[in-house]
Design a protein around this ligand. Structure first.
Ligand code: EPZ
Length: 419
């Protein structure tokens, strides 16, 4: 098992290119199950999560070919059972439920297990499938869906913590082949949901309202193949902007979509950094002393929960008192204990972290617990005095394509070592 070793204190500068979005690639790859014809997907990031999704598609009977970021999937025939030993590797496997139900009118998929970032039920997904006419049973650790016929319905997917991203994706993918019109209220507005809707429309679906709180889906008898390019990864983009803010001179990220990271660049400007935006590149540079701030995570277009940990790392060395409220996954603070091992001063009070900035962090051996927490530990290591060793980096490889190589391109003293 690899570790990442960082010698802190190197100022970052230069530019890197952003990869395709993980959280777009996963549901878009699942959506290829909705047609017998070939789909060609460009800019699929090389991640263990996308590999897991391709494994699931292959297990379900699809023919999959992959070459340097381009994936071709032909699901001429599919079976509708996705077993535990494949699904358990990745929660997002749950998003094959909608396409299988839409295409086969039945699906058996292992129930997703626990997650370190908090309680992650799928009740809203199942509520949506039931509204479309599916019988839903949870049996032997599996979700079993069956519907002789799917019919359009009016569905509200607003949950206790706001809309659900994969729930909106899943119900949308089942509804595109249903008879009649489906209205999804309380829909998630994330760019990844819009990307999926655009791909489905390219396959012949009829979806209106993507990016708003109300989706209108007119069912069609079948979908055809399509060729599609995935949007840039806004969370990877945000992570590198914060890396630049933590220890950089001028860091430029290229092939990013400025609008998708607006909430992150706004927060960095509030923190006192300068942001320069061009058509598809964004620069972050220091602009005097960084300022503490109050921050809450929200559904898009608010500040993303997937950037909360990285911001905690930045605020841990920003002089003054900052307050971070996690409104989407209230327990998503596994990084706090590890940052405190590096000398950070942070106190948790329920879903709120109170951070008193320190002058300096100290390198230490730390443990990654989930994808974004591990990115935060790497960013803290860039700033820390001495050597930081992040173990369990398989968490990073799930969602960042070549993170250590890209940071090295920016001048970081970082290496991957065998544990
Ligand atoms: C997606 O997860 C992302 N994953 C997550 O990114 C991201 O943190 C999350 O959206 C929120 O932005 C992918 O796209 C693969 P939700 P998802 O359903 O869809 C509650 C990363 O780091 N809820 O929008 O699973 C839920 O518990 C990952 O890349 C219900 O109560 O998240 C949470 O509190 C981590 N019932 C809130 O809604 C449901 O049926 C939002 O969750 C579904 C969700």
């Amino acid at each position: 098992m690899d570790k990442i070793r960082i010698h802190g204190g190197q100022a970052l500068s230069g530019s890197i290119k952003i990869s395709g979005s993980k959280n777009s690639a996963l549901p878009i790859l699942a959506a290829t199950l909705l047609t017998r014809e070939e789909c060609i997907i460009h800019r699929v990031p090389d991640l263990s999560d996308t590999h897991s999704m391709l494994q699931i598609l292959t297990h379900l009977g699809a023919q999959v070919e992959r070459a340097s970021g381009i994936v071709c999937v032909t699901a001429a025939k599919v079976n509708s059972v996705a077993p535990y030993d494949i699904v358990r590797k990745m929660r997002a496997s749950v998003c094959v439920l909608g396409p299988l139900l839409g295409r086969c009118k039945e699906a058996t998929v292992s129930m997703p297990g626990g997650c370190v970032i908090g309680d992650r039920p799928i009740d809203l997904h199942l509520k949506g499938f039931e509204a479309l006419g599916a019988a839903v049973r949870v049996e032997g650790g599996n979700i079993k869906l069956f519907a002789p016929k799917l019919r359009g319905a009016v569905i509200n997917l607003q949950g206790r913590f706001g809309p659900t991203v994969l729930g909106t994706d899943n119900v949308m993918m089942a509804a595109v082949l249903a008879e009649g019109t489906t209205v999804i209220d309380g829909a998630a507005q994330e760019p990844e949901v819009v990307d999926l809707a655009n791909f489905l429309n390219k396959m012949g679906a009829k979806i209106d309202g993507a990016g708003t709180r109300r989706l209108i889906i007119e069912g069609v008898p079948e979908l055809h193949g399509a060729e599609y390019e995935i949007i840039p990864d806004r969370i990877e983009a945000g992570t590198f902007l914060v890396a630049g803010a933590i220890s950089g001179k001028r860091v430029i990220i290229k092939r990013a979509e400025p609008e998708h990271v607006r909430s992150v660049t706004d927060v960095l400007e509030r923190c006192g950094f300068a942001i320069e935006t061009e058509e598809d590149s964004i620069s972050v540079l220091p602009n005097g002393a960084a300022q503490p701030l109050e921050l809450s995570t929200e559904p898009y277009p608010g500040f993303p929960t997937d950037m909360q940990a990285q911001m905690c790392a930045l605020l841990s060395t920003t002089e003054g008192r900052s307050v971070v409220r996690e409104n989407i996954f209230p327990q998503r603070y596994m990084h706090v204990a590890e940052l405190k091992r590096m000398g950070a001063r942070m106190e948790l009070d329920g879903a709120t972290a109170v951070i008193n900035g320190v002058d300096c962090l100290y390198g230490a051996p730390v443990m990654a617990s989930d994808l974004r927490a591990s990115a935060a530990l790497v960013l803290a290591g860039l700033k820390a005095d001495g050597v930081t060793e992040v173990s369990r980096v398989y968490h990073i490889d799930r969602g960042y394509e070549h993170l250590d190589e890209k940071l090295r391109e920016l001048g970081a003293d970082i290496e991957r070592v065998r544990a």
